[in-house]
Design a protein around this ligand. Structure first.
Ligand SMILES: [Zn+2]
Length: 212
């Protein structure tokens, strides 16, 4: 009887610990699971500025959060800029397209205007998969406004990817696709509230649904 009781108690405690682990695991994967129905975009990220891995991954997390709010899942791959580096991830060579975008952080802008964060290379038909981020603009915003560097970088990444996914270099008067950011936008960014408008989010998802 003692043995049976122990075996019963042990089973219960085992089940409890298992269910706690399972719950924990479930919590960890809850966001990706709920996002599993969202269209996924892979982003091959090149860094010519040699930022720390921490800054890059935090920036990617920030952009991921912004796209998650728009109902889009982003999957980031760190790609090496020079051929001499370690074996590149084979996914870095994936054919570019709307679901496989290529983003490169470059040291400085081509134009003198500091309101330009980067460039999205779009054809006349509004198609393109490549974008550059101008690191000097990002750093200036970070310095001038005291906003965290990964946070600013993540928002600029989302902005340039937004041009590619919307198929347009046009800007909007609200949200993350504004042409330049000042105090209000950076305050909104610091609260996680500088996002794609609902119309932009819908347009991005519709574009992706036509591009399986
Ligand atoms: Zn823009």
């Amino acid at each position: 009887m003692k043995e049976t009781l122990c075996s019963l108690l042990c089973t219960i405690s085992l089940l409890l610990s298992y269910s706690m682990e399972a719950q924990d695991y479930h919590l960890k994967v809850a966001r990706p699971q709920s996002a599993a129905l969202d269209p996924t975009v892979t982003v091959a990220l090149y860094d010519d500025v040699q930022l720390s891995e921490e800054v890059l991954s935090q920036a990617a997390d920030e952009a991921t959060r912004i796209f998650h709010k728009a109902g889009v899942t982003t999957l980031w791959i760190a790609c090496k800029s020079s051929a001499g580096d370690a074996t590149p991830d084979p996914r870095c060579q994936g054919p570019p397209g709307l679901r496989h975008l290529v983003l490169r952080v470059v040291p400085r802008s081509w134009k003198s205007s500091d309101s330009i964060f980067g460039v999205a290379f779009l054809s006349e038909r509004g198609t393109g998969a490549y974008g550059d981020i101008f690191y000097d603009s990002v750093e200036k915003l970070h310095r001038d406004w005291g906003a965290g560097l990964p946070r600013v970088l993540g928002h600029v990444m989302a902005h340039e990817l937004g041009h590619l996914l919307l198929g347009s270099n046009a800007h909007s008067r609200e949200g993350i696709m504004r042409p330049s950011w000042h105090g209000d936008e950076l305050r909104a960014a610091s609260m996680g509230a500088l996002l794609f408008t609902p119309e932009q989010a819908r347009s991005i998802r519709e574009g992706l649904s036509r591009y399986p």
